[in-house]
Ligand binder design. Sequence first.
Ligand code: MG
Ligand code: ZN
Length: 214
Amino acid sequence: MRIVAAKKLLKANDQLAEENRSRFNRSGVFVVNVVGSPGCGKTTLLEALFAKLATRLAPAVIEGDLASSIDAERIERLGIPVVQINTDGACHLDATMVAAAADGFDYDKLDLLVIENVGNLVCPAGFDLGEHLRIVILSVSEGDDKIAKYPTIFQKSHVLLITKTDLLKYSNFNVERAVADMKHLAPEAEIFQVSALAGYGMDDLADWLAAKCG
Ligand code: MG
Ligand code: ZN
């Protein structure tokens, strides 16, 4: 019988993630890993954010999806360099995939690399990709109980974006509860409330991220 120890695989991932981070540091590019459920608005958020940041910094994107290049095409339409990773069924990105995708960019021209992870609130929490910052998105339409139900990914994130706040008026989503649950799990985390479609809160978020990219 052959037994594969998941802990060893994760250790290998962590080592490769550190190599990715060293490479990003040498290149002077700030790297953000965006995690959240399918349909929470990751790509829409990026489109709105890049519109705000267009004159200030040069971004690139790695898109992670099981299949298709729908999201990468949306980013490409903005004239932003993008690489699509198709995981062929795998429900998260790992550091190996990111290392391969990261070969495709001209780092001299970049300030920010955004990795849009596969939509999933579970296992992306366990895979360091070599990013500097992990942003977790919770949309109003998912419900305010998801932080308590999927604590690991929220605990391991540096920023919580509560998105689709334009839908609050149609919803029983309790922002105070979500904020309190996040502060309990990750007291140091930054919390923003935004609507990419309505534009709420996007200036503050863009200013904050631009400052991070220094
Ligand atoms: Mg997407
Ligand atoms: Zn997974």
